[in-house]
Design a protein around this ligand. Structure first.
Ligand code: ATP
Ligand code: MG
Length: 155
């Protein structure tokens, strides 16, 4: 990876734009105007796209993309009101090829690699990723990344 300052609000809005076309539910974005992280823009886009596509596959009607400024780091949270994940699966979700319901998840498309890639990308950035979920309520994936100042002004 080649880390540069990435404006979190721009990242979240790009991903919303990308999915708005194929989704008739709602994607809401909320992030501080001046929050920047250090990261590879393409890899961070890949992380967000997998998390949002997972939310849509889980039947979400609403997806919330929120970011929080914690000083030396930022936390991004992707929350959905989809079907949720039974607790016994949560510790395994980031394993390669792990899927909650083999037949159903195969039908919905995907290889079960997305979250393993998400975790590898975030760890390569010095970040962490974790999940909370409740069956029938929804799921939230959160990740942290090192904060950065804004890019130097052009001259
Ligand atoms: P790929 O991402 O490789 O196309 P995938 O989406 O099946 O395939 P992962 O992104 O690794 O694989 O997700 C693993 C499994 O975790 C999914 O198959 C699904 O069962 C479950 N899962 C992930 N995100 C959610 C979510 N937001 N709500 C409900 N289940 C989820
Ligand atoms: Mg996926």
């Amino acid at each position: 990876i080649r880390p540069v300052p990435v404006r979190v609000l721009d990242l979240l809005e790009e991903v919303r734009e990308e999915f708005a076309k194929s989704f008739d539910g709602e994607i809401l974005v909320e992030a501080p105007e001046d929050l920047y992280v250090l990261g590879d823009p393409d890899r961070l886009h890949q992380v967000m796209a997998n998390l949002v596509s997972n939310a849509l596959k889980a039947g979400a009607r609403h997806v919330w993309l929120r970011a929080f400024d914690l000083g030396d780091k930022a936390v991004v949270r992707v929350e959905d009101d989809g079907e949720g994940i039974p607790e016994e699966h949560l510790p395994h979700l980031f394993e390669r090829f792990y899927r909650v319901d083999k037949a159903r998840d195969r039908e919905r498309g995907g290889s079960g690699l997305g979250l393993a890639i998400v975790k590898a990308i975030l760890e390569a950035h010095g970040g962490e990723v974790w999940v909370e979920s409740q069956v029938g309520k929804g799921t939230a994936f959160s990740f942290s990344l090192p904060a950065s100042g804004p890019p130097p002004p052009p001259r």
